[in-house]
Design a protein around this ligand. Structure first.
Ligand code: 6PG
Length: 246
């Protein structure tokens, strides 16, 4: 298992520790290479993370920001993952817009996925069939164990060859665009940030339960990721903590 987890008193301290780790990881990478690449997720748990990152000493002129996934909505939509990051990180952190690689959720899903693949292919200068190696990826975990826009039962959970795809999420009756497992598993470093008691048993199962990634997509990354760090508040980490050998 490549996952290490840390539990913090509350949501904000978990996010703050995650932000410090993100900063240190990007700075370390930039000592060895001219640029770094960072892919972020959406939802509600990243809000304090993005807020903290906007004030930390990250040389954003050398970091390219991508998304793990995006809802099939325009960028100004309340559900847009871009809008969330734009308001909490991109604008306050004064990130250079040339380094922001938005998924164009306003386009038809398949076209949005195609454009995103083209953008990634160009940025990483990929050969046909080659997958990008992100410096760092941030993922969250939904109450059903989904991560990115890989929901339980989605055949895309098996896809280790393509970069991204559009997918229909039945339970939400919406399309999404998501990076695929081959890319997420290739990331040099991954952070999972999660909070809330409703995820406690789930996270324990993700980290320690029987391996069933089609049922719990987050398990794929928790178990097979290269270097995975979990930042949990006490509520979300309660079940895991109760079983740790003291
Ligand atoms: C999204 C995210 C998604 C998120 C989880 C957790 O677009 O919604 O990328 O995978 O990480 O749903 O969401 P919360 O942080 O809101 O619990």
């Amino acid at each position: 298992m490549n996952s290490r987890w840390q539990i913090f008193p509350d949501r904000d301290s978990a996010a703050s520790a995650c932000a410090q780790f993100v900063t240190a990881t990007l700075l370390q990478a930039l000592q060895e290479q001219p640029q770094a690449t960072f892919a972020i997720s959406g939802g509600s748990s990243p809000k304090p993370l993005f807020h903290d990152l906007a004030d930390l000493p990250i040389p954003w002129d050398r970091v390219h920001l991508f998304w793990v996934d995006e809802r099939s909505v325009p960028p100004q939509d309340a559900d847009s993952n871009f809008r969330l990051a734009d308001e909490l990180l991109i604008q306050p952190g004064r990130l250079p817009l040339a380094n922001v690689h938005r998924i164009m959720g306003e386009l038809p899903p398949e076209e949005a996925a195609k454009r995103y693949i083209e953008d990634i292919t160009k940025h990483f200068q990929l050969q046909p069939g080659e997958l990008p190696e992100f410096t760092l990826v941030h993922q969250g975990i939904g109450p059903d164990g989904h991560t990115a826009s890989l929901f339980p039962g989605d055949p895309l959970i098996n896809d280790r060859t393509r970069i991204a795809a559009a997918t229909w999420v039945e339970k939400m009756e919406t399309h999404r665009i998501t990076l695929l497992p081959g890319v997420l598993l290739k990331a040099r470093h991954t952070v999972f940030l999660a909070d809330g008691a409703e995820k406690s048993e789930l996270i324990d199962n993700i980290l320690n339960g029987d391996y069933a990634p089609h049922q719990y997509p987050s398990q794929l990354f928790a178990r097979e990721g290269r270097d995975v760090h979990w930042f949990l508040d006490e509520a979300a980490g309660a079940s895991v903590a109760s079983k740790e050998v003291t």
